[in-house]
Every structure is written in C-alpha cells, then in structure tokens.
Design a binder for this molecule. Sequence first.
Ligand SMILES: [Cu+2]
Length: 127
Amino acid sequence: MREIKTRKARKGLGALVGGVLALSALAAGCGGGGEGAPAMAAEGNPPDAVEIVDFEFDPTMVTVEAGTEVVWTNRDNAAHTASAKDGSFDTGTLGSGESGRVTLDEPGTYAYICEFHPFMTGTIEVE
Ligand SMILES: [Cu+2]
C-alpha cells in the first residue's frame, strides 16, 4: 500500500503594509508680476470684456444677453471712453489701465465710440 500524501499548498497572504505618505502642502505665496485677472464667482451672466488696445475696441463687436455687464479695460496709454452714440451708456474717461462697467438691460444694437477719438467705433448687441 502506498500512502499518498497530499500536500495542500497554502498561499500565505502577506500582510500588506500600506505606507502612509503625509504630504505637506506648502503654500508659498508668490507675488509674481502676472496678469491680474480677477477670478470672481459669476452670478448670472458673466461680464463680457472689451479691451481698448492701440486705439481700437477689441473685439469691436460683442453680443450679450440682456442684463449682462460689459467691462471695458483701457490697455492704451491714452485715455479713452466707451460712449454710446445714442447716449444710452457712457463709461466716462478711462485712463490707462482703468476699467469701466456698464450693464445693458434693454435688447438692441448699441453703436459706441470713444469721445476723444470718434474714429474708434464698437458695437454691443444686446439680445
Ligand atoms: Cu479714445
């Protein structure tokens, strides 16, 4: 008689020790000279931006929904305005680096100019 010895292979489960990595986030405040884009939480329609560069409105034509705030920012050294031809809005004088905000509630097409440089023209279309 032969004794058959059955060996059951036991798979030993090694306990896996998970290493916990403590990541320390160092918040280093760098005051670099980047572009200061204000990150504001937008309520409703986000403001539409027009830049004034080289005696031009950029973009020259903007289409927005009624109630949208339009922001003009003067990137020129010269002072400019964004003044509706029909007088419905006017940012007033915007010096270099300044911004003017206008909220347009009434649907329509608003042609505007710069008071100082009437050859500067732009259009806001309010839907
Ligand atoms: Cu101008």
